[in-house]
Design a protein around this ligand. Structure first.
Ligand SMILES: *Cc1c(COP(=O)(O)O)cnc(C)c1O
Length: 358
């Protein structure tokens, strides 16, 4: 086995998927699975399909291409608002695209007409998080635009995103206003706009708490599915499995060293001036994993007594003084990744990916 590695338990992800689909269905919600947090490996797409998802969402066309070629019978949504330079590919590759620009929508409409290709768009609205999305005050302009589109491009509904750029949570007030926008847009356009996509994993948390407006009928879920958690509310989600994957790294040095560096302190490898508390002599281990492989702050050690001290590009230093177990060079330590650590590890070519069915 080549380390460091990311070990992924597909069965746990499938179980999370089934539970999410069950709860969503119970509430009249169609759950879409998001694959971008884990680089859309074909094994993940296959697990999503086996869990029962019909639509997979990703931010990258490259990821969607890959899944399409290896897993049959699924629909795909491009959930990063498209670059003008990728519109054609988006129309040819995906079934849905999330959009927030009228010029882009017109271009898509013209292109769909020219290519004779059907495509669906979801109009994104910003409800305070200030990432992508039209504003409530744009409704009139949007209505004027979308009633003049070519028939090949269908406006399938509206969507909203929370807690991405600014940490704004889905609460009854902003979701209610989002539902109000849906009403107004329906009235002004005469369109059905069947999809009301009310957010991501944080909206799923609100669904579990009974706090999600009943008019929401679709969610796009990544973190809850992959990690059983939601970062926005900072919660483990009840009913979901949090032991879905681990990162493993190998010890290459183990030695008692002072905890406080000696010598004049300049900048570290990343331009920061570090400061360390003097705890006397400590048993320090070096693991062959670093910032090229993972986001260090996003790791939780799974073995007792292990604490992370610091890391550079290729080395991570851990304090093993308080471990009940005695480790030696060559031993493997295991860590639970959060979303950002998962993202980094899955993207790094230096991290081996191991898929297991348990
Ligand atoms: C990433 C993303 C999601 C999924 O978010 P999670 O917090 O992982 O559930 C949903 N919608 C959009 C537009 C996204 O970019």
């Amino acid at each position: 086995m080549s380390y460091p590695l990311l070990r992924i338990h597909l069965d746990a992800i499938r179980q999370n998927g089934k539970e999410i689909i069950r709860r969503c269905k119970e509430n009249g919600i169609d759950a879409w699975a998001v694959s971008k947090g884990i680089s859309a490996f074909k094994e993940i797409a296959q697990a999503y399909k086996e869990a029962g998802f019909k639509v997979i969402c990703d931010s990258r066309l490259l990821n969607i291409h890959g899944m399409q070629h290896s897993v049959e019978g699924l629909q795909y949504a491009l959930i990063r608002i498209p670059m003008r330079s990728e519109i054609k590919e988006a129309i040819e590759t995906s079934d849905y695209t999330l959009v927030s620009d009228l010029g882009t929508i017109k271009n898509m409409s013209d292109l769909c007409h020219k290519l004779g290709k059907k495509h669906k768009i979801i109009l994104m609205f910003d409800m305070g998080d200030l990432r992508e999305g039209f504003l409530h005050s744009d409704v009139d302009d949007i209505a004027k635009c979308v009633v003049n589109l070519h028939g090949e491009l269908e406006v399938a509904g509206i969507g909203v995103n929370f807690s991405c750029a600014s940490g704004v949570l889905p609460m009854p007030e902003n979701i209610d206003e989002f539902i109000q926008i849906h009403k107004e847009l329906k009235e002004k356009t005469g369109l059905e706009l069947p999809i009301v996509s009310g957010g991501s994993s944080c909206s799923y948390v609100q669904l579990c708490r009974g706090e999600l407006n009943h008019s929401v009928n679709s969610l796009r879920i990544g973190e809850a599915l992959l990690l059983g958690r939601d970062m926005a509310f900072d919660v483990d989600i009840p009913g979901l499995n949090q032991s879905t994957m681990e990162i493993e790294a190998e010890l290459v040095e183990l030695r008692e060293k002072p905890s406080k560096p000696h010598g004049k302190i300049g900048h570290d490898a990343f331009g920061h001036v570090p400061s360390f508390e003097d705890k006397g002599l400590r048993l320090r281990g070096i693991l062959s994993i670093g910032k090229q492989d993972v986001q260090i702050e996003g790791l939780t050690p799974l073995q007792d007594g292990v604490t992370i001290v610091t890391a550079s590009s290729d080395h991570m230093i851990v304090d093993l003084t308080d471990c009940p177990d005695k480790y030696k060079v060559g031993d493997i330590l295991t860590f639970l990744p959060n979303y950002v650590a998962m993202l980094a590890a899955s993207t790094s070519p230096y991290v081996t990916k191991v898929f297991e069915n348990n």
